[in-house]
Design a protein around this ligand. Structure first.
Ligand code: PLP
Length: 351
């Protein structure tokens, strides 16, 4: 596949000389460290946080590498997966000149990040079955199109995107990046696209610790891509973008993968229970088959029901104003008790 990465990097980034931190200039672990203006005595409030963290998070990346079967040099860690999304714009998209393609209804952050970076968006709606309009996407590409965003399983619909369609985009759109957001991949039995980085130099896969791992409060996201793309992300990121406390918690999590798998099983079981209850409710018109930890449910007057649920202190997400989602609520799968409380309030309101 012919793909010229350098030709799509912004000129100011191409030759940038990144900040060189103390921990870039001396990477050894032994010695008397008087190079980073740290406090040698310790940390106020306890804990040992007086030293700057590894700028490239090598220890954690080795653990992720083993778990995901992706080489360390193909991994980037960010402050949530929002960081690699933003870096994609900052490295590759010239403000007010370039554009990206998104496929609504989808994750709102792609648009926000594009807007912040002053990069134009072309919308190619998903089809009625929430699959990609592949012809529409390829037809929307112009010479300034730098990326196509694909979310699978998609948020807010919950369905997986057909792998053959993703493959077609990867093969046909070779002038820019194909961003595959797999925030919910752990809830599926699906193989990650991160196993195909060698085949597709234009591929960027993102995953997160926020959902299946139960670490949304930590803010840790992963990107997988060619080592060239990763090295541009590393050049542009803040030098110490992941803190020591985050690295400690992530290390613990990665040493307890079985616990994550158990939580995923638990959530998937709760989802089955929730679905069987929702299916019996007459006013529920449609439920999108979900591979994620939420379900999108269609019903009349969804916004009204949403407002009333809030009065009962049950908070779901009203997606009614989103393309192709008129009169829908997105319901996250909670604990058994939480789901029962939701169902009780919901049934009372719509009967
Ligand atoms: C939740 C979510 C993320 C994760 O974002 P973080 O910044 O890692 O918390 C990414 N993409 C999609 C589609 C999501 O729903």
């Amino acid at each position: 596949m012919s793909f010229d990465l350098e030709s799509i990097v912004r000129a100011n980034i191409l030759n940038i000389k990144p900040y060189s931190s103390a921990r870039d200039e001396y990477t050894g672990k032994e010695g008397v460290f008087l190079d980073a203006n740290e406090n040698p005595f310790g940390s106020v409030g306890g804990g040992e946080y007086n030293r700057y963290p590894d700028p490239y998070q090598s220890e954690i990346k080795h653990k992720i590498s083993k778990l995901k079967h992706v080489a360390v040099e193909n991994i980037f860690l960010g402050n949530g997966s929002d960081e690699p999304i933003d870096l994609m714009f900052r490295v590759f998209c010239e403000p007010r000149i370039d554009n990206v393609i998104i496929c609504p209804p989808t994750y709102g952050m792609y648009r926000v990040s594009a807007d912040i970076n002053d990069v134009a968006i072309k919308e190619v709606l998903l089809q009625k079955d929430y699959q990609l309009d592949v012809k529409g996407i390829l037809g929307a590409v112009d010479e300034k199109t730098k990326a196509v965003f694909i979310c699978s399983p998609n948020n807010p619909t919950g369905n997986l995107i057909e792998n053959d369609d993703i493959k077609t985009i990867l093969q046909q759109f070779t002038q820019g990046l194909v961003f595959v957001d797999e925030a919910y991949i752990d809830f599926t039995g699906q193989e990650s696209w991160n196993q195909y980085l060698d085949l597709y130099p234009n591929l960027v896969v993102i995953q997160t610790f926020s959902k299946a791992w139960g670490l949304a409060g930590l803010r840790l996201g992963m990107a997988f891509a060619s080592k060239e793309i990763i090295s541009y992300f590393n050049k542009v990121k803040y030098p110490y973008n992941i803190g020591l406390a985050t690295l400690e918690v992530a290390k613990n999590a990665l040493d307890n993968v079985d616990q994550m798998l158990d939580l995923v099983d638990l959530i998937n079981q709760e989802k089955i229970k929730m679905l069987s209850e929702l299916e019996q409710i007459e006013s529920v018109k449609n439920i999108v088959p979900s591979e994620a930890n939420f379900v999108l449910v269609f019903l009349d007057n969804a916004t009204e029901i949403y407002d009333k649920l809030i009065k009962d202190l049950v908070i779901v997400r009203d997606r009614s104003r989103v393309a192709l989602c008129k009169d829908s609520l997105r319901i996250t799968i909670g604990t058994s008790e939480e789901n029962q409380l939701f169902l009780k309030a919901f049934k009372k309101l719509i009967s």
